[in-house]
Design a protein around this ligand. Structure first.
Ligand code: TPP
Ligand code: SF4
Length: 295
């Protein structure tokens, strides 16, 4: 772990207030989840808000960094493992989900967090999601959904709305966007949450709930790409659009969850969750049955 507390020769600019702030941050435990590498994202990128939410969730759950693995695909979001004090696996484009599931299957003691962009998860990697869902491996997948390919400079992604001007659609896209939340419910996800990077403090408890869920939990986080999207997901446009999942929503009610998704509202919270056995429990059940019958 990096020692963020040691300081050799404090600069005279570090006045008492800054020293006090630093001391509070050091005491919080949050820096235990930060690596020495500073994020390379554009200043103002929504990903900082998601990183904030993840760091606070891990800290609140006292997840041991030595037992944490962060697996990512390729993209701006894919750079996230570099910035976390944990084991990291920066894989190939679209393959974070099967690799993250494989890590967990090989060592169920680990906490596995999978992260990636909407292009990574719903474009090139989209075929993996139904299989991760039906296996219900106990990992958490956080999709950083900015509805754009950020790293490759602003091409349209599967969640770009029809008609949006992008690097690959100078006159507007002619394709419809997919609805990833509806897709995940249709595939049978055992946990689905949605959130917004502009409200990082609301993300932390949501991420905690996703990590605590026993099974494949997917969180779709809408987030602005301030560099390549000036019209769709912007802080100004989205600030007032978000609302919490209604307090009387029963997350075990799939039909109601589908209704909420189809309502078109921008919701933060858990839309669906059930308690079916995860992959590990099913494997154990199989082992027990085989041992009993001697097959
Ligand atoms: C097999 C393969 N195809 C294409 C690319 C080029 N590429 C790198 S990142 C990326 C898309 C990134 O968009 P997204 O997954 O939404 O993540 P973001 O950068 O927005 O975080 C593409 C197409 C690649 N690296 N590998
Ligand atoms: S290009 Fe977009 S997604 Fe990538 S770091 Fe910059 S603002 Fe964030």
């Amino acid at each position: 772990m990096i020692d963020h507390t040691s300081s050799t020769d404090p600069s005279p600019l570090v006045n008492a207030r800054v020293a006090d702030d630093l001391s509070r941050v050091n005491m919080s435990g949050l820096l235990g989840y930060r690596s020495a590498a500073l994020p390379t994202w554009c200043p103002g990128c929504g990903y900082y808000g998601i990183a904030h939410g993840i760091t606070h969730a891990l800290n609140a759950m006292s997840i041991d960094p030595a037992r944490l693995v962060v697996v990512s695909g390729i993209g701006c979001a894919g750079r996230f493992p570099f910035f976390v004090n944990a084991y990291g696996f920066h894989t190939v484009h679209g393959r974070a989900v099967p690799i993250g599931c494989g890590v967990k299957m090989a060592n169920p003691e680990l906490t596995v967090l999978i992260v990636g962009g909407d292009g990574d998860g719903f474009g090139i990697g989209g075929g993996h999601i139904p299989h991760a869902i039906r296996r219900n491996v106990n990992v958490t997948y956080i999709v950083f959904d900015n509805a754009i390919y950020g790293l490759t400079k602003g091409q349209a992604s599967p969640t770009t709305p029809a008609g949006q001007t992008t690097g690959t659609s100078p006159f507007g896209t002619v394709e419809d966007r997919i609805n990833p939340a509806l897709m995940c419910l249709g595939y049978g996800a055992s946990f689905l949450g949605t959130g917004y990077a502009g409200f990082p403090d609301q993300l932390a408890p949501l991420i905690q709930a996703a990590v605590a869920h026993r099974g494949f939990s997917i969180l779709i986080v809408t987030t602005p790409c301030i560099t390549f999207d000036h019209t769709n997901i912007t802080y100004d446009r989205f600030r007032s659009r978000w609302e919490p999942v209604p307090p009387d929503h029963d997350p075990s009610d799939l039909h109601r969850a589908v209704d909420l998704v189809l309502s078109g509202k921008h919701l933060t919270g858990i839309l669906f969750q059930d308690t079916r056995p995860d992959w590990e429990a099913r494997q154990q059940g199989l082992r027990d049955r085989i041992t009993r019958t001697g097959d």
